[in-house]
Design a protein around this ligand. Sequence first.
Ligand SMILES: [Zn+2]
Ligand SMILES: [Zn+2]
Length: 181
Amino acid sequence: MHLNPYGEDAVKLAAKLANRRPASGTELAHCCQAAGLLMDQPVTQQDVDRTWAVLDEWEKVVDTTDERERAALVNRMLTAAAAHPRLTDHGGGGWHLHYRDDGQPLGSVLSALIPVATALHLVGPGMHRLGRCAVDGCTMIFADTSRLGRQRYCSQRCANRDAVRRHRARTARPEHASGPA
Ligand SMILES: [Zn+2]
Ligand SMILES: [Zn+2]
């Protein structure tokens, strides 16, 4: 199984890593493996540190709603990770394109994978399709891959929570506040 190169899987992986930052190489490797990413070498603490630095930059992309600023921040990440694109058929997954050199540690793989995948996500499905949950007190990030592109919550659980809260706010209103009878 190979990660759909630079598709939505990689943006979702970025969100997953940002929402629950991996504390160790083992944890980071586990997350990437679960997302189908092939790893050619052992994952070290250096990879974890590099990943956290990439995620710090990436969260700035998430937290701006201004399209131009969002594009500029992604471009900055792309510049930092720039390498020659190359064809590869490693892991028996068939020929596909890498936007990085061969034999890179996981930290630098992610530093290229995350901005390229984010760029493709933003120019494909839409520039606005990245954000944080609309529920007060929930800071979870989501990549909106829904059909309509109007996702506001990180999960169905948060959507339900907010619906209940709005319903309570309506019903808690004093009778006379709802207008003349
Ligand atoms: Zn590959
Ligand atoms: Zn949420």
